[in-house]
Design a protein around this ligand. Structure first.
Ligand code: ASC
Length: 151
């Protein structure tokens, strides 16, 4: 990332500032995008989960790099929550994502804050602190799922 020319970075930043609807050709593209972002986030979060739950050996370096990916990825999925893409099938967003948007945005921010803290804690290399921060982040994920995701 640090080797990208300034012009490229400026162009990328301008792109992220575009109105959400302009970022996707079709609603299905937005759905695919947000699911993909969550999938990558979940894969890396799960690797930390395996460590804190004793299913994988503790590896401070891996925890830190996985947590960094999670923290970065946590910023991406929300651009994909475009109007008209709620559903009823398992795992799809309920309509209240849009009717209670402020509450949804707050839940998203809570998760982003917790995974940012997880990334900081992971750098310290302390497995107990990692476990605590992982629990807080998982709780933020779950709370939003409980309120806004079809079971
Ligand atoms: C994960 C994952 C989530 C959260 C959530 C926590 O590993 O993929 O969505 O944790 O299950 O309750």
């Amino acid at each position: 990332m640090k080797f990208l020319p300034v012009a490229t970075l400026t162009a990328l930043l301008a792109l992220t500032a575009l109105p959400v609807a302009a970022q996707f050709q079709k609603p299905e593209d937005a759905v695919k995008y947000r699911k993909s972002a969550f999938q990558v986030m979940s894969a890396h979060f799960g690797r930390i989960g395996a460590m804190v739950n004793g299913k994988a050996p503790f590896d401070a370096g891996a925890a830190a790099s996985n947590a960094e990916v999670v923290a970065f990825m946590s910023k991406l999925p929300y651009a994909g929550f475009v109007e008209g893409t709620s559903g009823t099938e398992k795992g799809s967003p309920k309509a209240n994502v849009w009717t209670e948007r402020a509450k949804f945005d707050e839940a998203a921010k809570k998760m982003q804050d917790e995974v940012a803290k997880l990334a900081v804690v992971a750098k310290s290399g302390n497995p107990e602190q990692l476990k605590t921060a992982f629990g807080a982040a998982a709780g933020a994920c779950k709370s939003c799922h409980d309120d806004f995701r079809n079971p």
